[in-house]
Write a protein that binds this ligand. Structure first.
Ligand code: HEC
Length: 139
């Protein structure tokens, strides 16, 4: 193998070794946080069917649909990353929603970011990047 070829292989190896694990780390962090804090209501696949969900009105949001209700920053679009971040941090009641979606102020920026990314992954047919369709709150 020539030196140039060795170098190219080395570069590819470095790219392959580093790029995906960064994302994988965020995904597993999001999955872990979701499993310990959110799954009881939002359900294992995000369909709003966790063990505590029965009887909740409005029901926990079904993340599999990728539809969201709150436009927290009033930019005309509900369910942007900023909106999900705000609801997770401040709770839904801060935006006129259910107090059962409690504020998670103890979570750090990285944790909330990982959760938002994980919620996006749960959407089977996610909406346009950074936005979502309007959710029916099913009162
Ligand atoms: C005790 C049950 C419960 C738990 C636990 C819970 N949620 Fe919720 N969540 C709800 C309910 C109920 C709603 C619907 C609120 C409404 O429509 O007023 C909701 C709505 C949401 C929404 C929808 C916001 C929108 O604009 O539509 C997001 C995002 C969300 N929850 C994220 C989370 C995350 C992340 C966690 C874990 C850190 C979590 N929830 C834990 C009950 C829960």
């Amino acid at each position: 193998m020539t030196d140039a070829r060795t170098a190219r292989v080395a570069v590819l190896f470095v790219l392959a070794a580093h790029a995906p694990p960064a994302r994988a780390a965020e995904t597993s962090r999001g999955r872990l946080l979701y499993a310990s804090n959110c799954v009881s209501c939002h359900g294992p696949t995000g369909q709003g069917d966790g063990p505590l969900a029965a009887g909740l009105r409005p029901p926990p949001r079904n993340f599999a649909k990728g539809e969201f209700a709150f436009d927290t920053d009033k930019d005309g679009r509900a369910g942007t990353d900023a909106d999900l971040t705000n609801v997770i941090r401040q709770g839904a009641a801060a935006y006129g929603g259910s107090p059962l979606m409690a504020p998670w102020g103890q979570l750090g920026d990285d944790d909330v970011h990982a959760l938002v990314a994980y919620i996006r992954r749960l959407a089977h047919h996610g909406g346009p990047a950074g936005g979502g369709r309007a959710a029916k709150r099913g009162k």
